[in-house]
Design a protein around this ligand. Structure first.
Ligand SMILES: *Cc1c(COP(=O)(O)O)cnc(C)c1O
Length: 385
């Protein structure tokens, strides 16, 4: 039996006596100055200099040719999937172990999530198992790759870099190339995470980021679409800003547009947060390395560390209990929270949510195992001092 007391003691040895939540934001720079400037100039909403400035800073940081700031990460995923060619009644392969937004974005289009298993080393999609699964169920036909069992086209594959730990992208790209499948990366959690030196979100045709209040940096609510394709970038900007053709006074919209743009007020916060990002990432690394030390003496607890050849942002720190025993997990959650140390389980597998009961899936043994064992622990950069 695990001693919750030992877990509490290990966490307390790192974060001290304070009662903290899982991921508090840190505002230590020009946040107030820039937000005030946005208010003082009257540009709080659909125009103003901070949106462009924020996009440029995201491009410089990630290396992406284009970054398009939008209202939130879910909206970014919705539009990225549309631009990748996802249509009604097609399937989108994604990990069952992800936040609900990954599947919701596909469902908004009328597409069907097709759930893939994860692997222990990265906590993300297992490329080898995906390859085997495709060999079993998929078929190349004119017009695309089809699921032989459902007759539907498989329109995209959406890897998600869980808690900032990158998926094995070389292997995943090879599988998707072989089946001619488009990749859209859900890199909502992985701003500041690199796979073999390249920023996550830059391996697929498109990638998305989130700047929700609990993410590595925040704009209050916000997201971005990343792409190296200029044409797609322009289209993403157009679609997310109501698809109105530029004109001095005429309202002419050339397709169904979305009011998904990021308000200038939020982008002002984002510009200040981008200035803080390198320092925040450093603090998160130092917090993680202190957790690594604290849990090193507990052989029945694994602290999730960055995969080989990767640099993780350690967005949300996670420990895995040695046995997949949900009553043990409940006990640890119960006792840590009672002791003022906020912990949370990982998301319920999306394959078990009622709206996806009939969604296609592969064997999900590893995702099920991770779900029963994983517990997130306090991770805010402010805890690093
Ligand atoms: C946070 C998150 C999103 C979307 O984020 P919002 O900005 O909250 O809409 C999408 N996918 C994953 C995996 C996330 O963690």
């Amino acid at each position: 039996m695990h001693s919750s007391d030992m877990i509490i003691r290990a966490i307390r040895s790192v974060i001290g006596d304070q009662d903290v939540s899982l991921h508090d934001p840190t505002f230590a720079g020009n946040e107030w100055t820039y937000v005030k400037e946005a208010i003082d100039t009257g540009w709080v909403s659909t125009a103003g200099k901070f949106v462009n400035e924020f996009e440029v800073r995201l491009q410089e940081f990630t290396g992406a040719t284009r970054a398009i700031a939008v209202a939130n990460g879910t909206a970014a995923l919705h539009v990225a999937l549309m631009l990748a060619g996802v249509e009604r009644d097609t399937e989108v392969i994604m990990p069952a172990l992800s936040f609900a937004a990954t599947a919701a974005a596909a469902a908004y289009i009328g597409a069907i999530p097709h759930f893939a298993d994860s692997e222990h080393a990265t906590l993300g999609m297992d490329p080898d198992k995906l390859g085997e699964h495709l060999t079993n169920v998929a078929e190349r036909r004119e017009g695309g790759t089809y699921n032989r069992l459902t007759g539907r086209r498989i329109a995209a594959v959406v890897p998600m870099h869980t808690f900032g730990h990158p998926v094995r992208m070389d292997e995943l790209c090879a599988v998707c190339d072989a089946w001619d499948l488009v990749i859209v990366e859900d890199s909502a959690e992985s701003l500041g995470s690199y796979y073999k030196g390249t920023h996550t979100g830059r391996f697929g045709k498109l990638g998305v980021l989130s700047f929700n209040g609990n993410k590595t940096i925040t704009t209050g609510g916000g997201g971005a679409i990343l792409t190296d394709d200029e044409t797609l970038g322009n289209l993403a900007k157009h679609i997310t800003t109501t698809a109105k053709q530029p004109h001095r006074w005429e309202y002419f919209h050339d397709r169904v547009g979305y009011n998904y743009r990021m308000p200038n007020l939020n982008a002002a916060l984002g510009c200040a947060q981008m200035e803080q990002l390198p320092g925040l990432l450093q603090k998160k690394r130092s917090l993680a390395s202190r957790y690594i030390e604290a849990f090193a003496e507990m052989p029945d607890i694994r602290f999730a560390t960055e995969p080989e050849n990767c640099e993780s942002n350690y967005w949300l720190n996670a420990i895995l209990l040695d046995r997949a025993d949900s009553s043990m997990r409940e006990t640890v959650l119960e006792q840590t929270n009672a002791a003022g140390v906020m912990t949370r389980p990982v998301w319920t597998l999306m394959s078990r949510l009622p709206m996806y009961a009939d969604a296609p899936r592969m064997d999900l043994t590893v995702a099920t195992d991770i779900e029963a064992r994983l517990i997130n622990i306090p991770s805010g950069a402010g805890l690093a001092q």
